[in-house]
Design a binder for this molecule. Structure first.
Ligand code: 4AD
Ligand code: MG
Length: 466
């Protein structure tokens, strides 16, 4: 079988040669004695035109099929006389592999909304939109490994089942083999974990960071890239309960090194897809975000703004004072930035990606390094236009006493985290890292506005279908 992608790249050399291929028909057009199949096999954005003339044994059958039918074809590659393509296939033999004319095929309508397709994720991979999105998702993942390899980071796999709450936010899914039906007998009983699989409370990880830190304290530069889980009851277009996170961690890095790494990484990803996926990007630009390619090109050659949380608050207060904008949520020093505030910074004020650093410790995770002011931490969030927070990271607290104090403030049990404290006690060095939400990045580069449209089978509150 020849992939349609290879037909397009090697087309001129293949002229007059015989090939075998398959594909799903995007359209079947018939005139009197000739039929045209536009086939796509998922390998690329475009379709190859297959010309069937009436000498074909099953011409009547083939030319009567609907869009969505899967065909396999033996034929000869020829120069195309038609507009919009340089080659086409003159069919010698066509087999109807999978028919769709039986009742109930939901993709027969011409235009299908994203909302409608969200109800049938098991079928949406065969649409042009989702083909483009998932090929881009592949490219971003692949380029991630290339980038970190080139920067001398080693790929680690941190555990998915864990006893610790990395973010200290209590948004954990429990992992247990206990019979919950038996526990729920109405009486207030204490769970005896001796009967549970791990003999202690266990959860799905919210982040691989703590384990990555341990690995970085021996391998120097590492990254983990895996699924993470948050039992956060958020019904927004930017939250999933199962999402993928890329988390580098580097010994010897301070916060500025960390931001440099994040900025270079993002630009590398953008460069990669601009080179590798021009057809996908052109398609998505045409249908979802007109300026997609220009805005990616602009970001790749811009310097990302870096400012402190305190400066960000001043900008927002100033904008409100001058009646440039009205916010639903109050802007006040000491409270976290809401997404409307983040959007103002990226979309209106700076018109590009922005690093916000040095947030108050009160709403940031326990592991972030305390500044000398005892009030703010060496944190950085990267905010990007249209999305908001894409990356969260920090320099890590490397002083054991300070770390212990922050853990107590966050009501974390020091015993559970003793191994993490030991990393400070034994042969420690300053280190930093960050986490990038893969799906948020895919949203950014595809122009998709709902996170449920950039992961194959989204999980969110109330939904673990498929
Ligand atoms: O800011 P977060 O919570 O940071 C951490 O988990 C750190 N431990 C990372 C580190 O330093 N190694 O999450 C990091 C990123 C966010 O910026 C966002 O892009 C994404 O993960 N994210 C989500 N994406 C989809 N759905 C959710 N519910 C998400 N929560 C976070
Ligand atoms: Mg965050």
């Amino acid at each position: 079988m020849t992939l349609i992608k290879s037909l397009f790249s090697d087309g001129q050399e293949l002229i007059n040669k015989e090939v075998s291929l398959f594909g799903w028909a995007r359209s079947v057009r018939r005139s009197k004695n000739v039929a045209f199949l536009a086939l796509n096999d998922g390998s690329t954005q475009g379709t190859i035109q297959v010309v069937c003339d009436e000498n074909l044994a099953n011409f009547e059958e083939v030319s009567g099929k609907l869009a969505g039918t899967c065909f396999s074809v033996d034929g000869v590659v020829v120069k195309s006389m038609g507009k919009g393509q340089s080659i086409e296939i003159q069919a010698k033999k066509v087999v109807v592999e999978g028919d769709v004319s039986s009742e109930g095929y939901p993709l027969q309508k011409k235009a299908t909304s994203l909302e409608f397709l969200r109800e049938i994720p098991h079928l949406r991979a065969r649409t042009n939109t989702f083909g483009a999105v998932f090929r881009l998702r592949h490219s971003i993942s692949f380029a991630t490994h290339q980038f970190f390899h080139q920067e001398n980071f080693y790929y680690m796999n941190t555990p998915i089942v864990t006893a610790s709450d990395c973010e200290g936010a209590g948004e954990l899914f429990r992992v247990t083999t206990l019979d919950l039906d038996k526990l729920a007998d109405g009486e207030k009983k204490k769970v005896d974990y001796n009967f549970d699989f791990y003999k202690k409370p266990a959860y799905l990880t919210v982040s691989g960071q703590l384990n990555a830190e341990a690995m970085a304290m021996g391998l120097g530069r590492v990254y983990t890239f895996g699924p993470t889980f948050r039992a956060e009851n958020s019904h927004t277009s930017r939250h999933l309960s199962e999402f993928w996170m890329v988390e580098p961690e580097a010994a010897g890095f301070d916060l500025n090194d960390n931001m440099d790494l994040a900025e270079n990484y993002l630009k590398y990803l953008i460069n990669f897809i601009l080179k590798e996926n021009p057809e996908e990007l052109a398609f998505l630009a045409q249908h979802y975000q007109k300026d997609l390619v220009e805005s990616l090109e602009k970001v790749r050659s811009s310097n990302f703004v870096r400012l402190t949380y305190t400066e960000a608050i001043s900008i927002l207060e100033e904008a409100m004072k001058n009646k440039k904008v009205k916010f639903e949520y109050k802007v006040a020093y000491g409270t976290d930035l809401q997404s409307e505030h983040e959007r103002y910074l990226t979309d209106v004020h700076f018109k590009g990606p922005v690093f916000v650093t040095d947030y108050p410790k009160s709403f940031k995770a326990f592991y972030m390094k305390l500044n000398d002011d005892n009030e703010t931490v060496r944190a950085m969030d990267l905010l990007i236009p249209g999305i908001g927070e894409l990356i969260g990271g920090s320099q890590r607290e490397d002083n054991e006493e300070k770390l212990l104090a922050r853990m107590k403030d966050a009501h974390l049990d020091p015993e559970t985290y003793d191994w993490y404290l030991q990393l400070r006690r034994f042969g420690s060095i300053k280190h930093s890292g960050f986490g990038m939400g893969l799906e948020r990045m895919i949203m950014y580069v595809t122009g998709m506005s709902n996170i449920r449209d950039v992961i194959a089978f989204p999980r969110f509150p109330g939904s673990a279908e498929f």
